[in-house]
Ligand binder design. Structure first.
Ligand SMILES: [Fe+2]
Length: 134
């Protein structure tokens, strides 16, 4: 069973950003699955992919927020930067961690809360036609 699922209630009203959230969720799910199967090699590859993809996704989101004049951009940027730092730290200490599953449960909860509360807030600033453009 996947650790987390994307559904319509998580939509931020942008096809591009919704697709990126889905990709991040699937990378977290795949990593979690690799942990369950004790597939260390795959896990290392997936974590690196997830780290890079999260950075790319945050940059895209920040561009959207900038473009549409989202007032809490700086606060949102700080949350992204903190997540990036946490994941970097986690990656560095990977083999010291005793409970990798717990780390991914934490990541999945962080992402769900972030999408549902923080991302949905900027969604209000996106123009409706953005959904149709893509
Ligand atoms: Fe965000």
């Amino acid at each position: 069973m996947p650790l987390m699922n994307w559904d319509e209630t998580m939509s931020v009203k942008s096809t591009e950003l919704d697709a990126q959230h889905q990709e991040l969720i699937s990378l977290i799910n795949d990593s979690y699955e690799a942990i369950q199967r004790h597939d260390e090699h795959k896990l290392l590859t997936l974590i690196e992919k997830m780290r890079a993809y999260a950075k790319h996704h945050f940059e895209t989101e920040e561009q959207y927020m900038e473009r549409y004049g989202y007032p809490d951009l700086e606060k949102h940027k700080r949350l992204h930067a903190k997540f990036n730092r946490d994941v970097d730290e986690f990656q560095k200490n990977l083999f010291k961690k005793t409970n990798l599953s717990q780390v991914f449960i934490f990541l999945s909860r962080w992402l769900t809360n972030h999408i549902m509360e923080v991302d949905k807030d900027y969604a209000q600033c996106l123009p409706a036609e953005d959904t149709e453009k893509k």
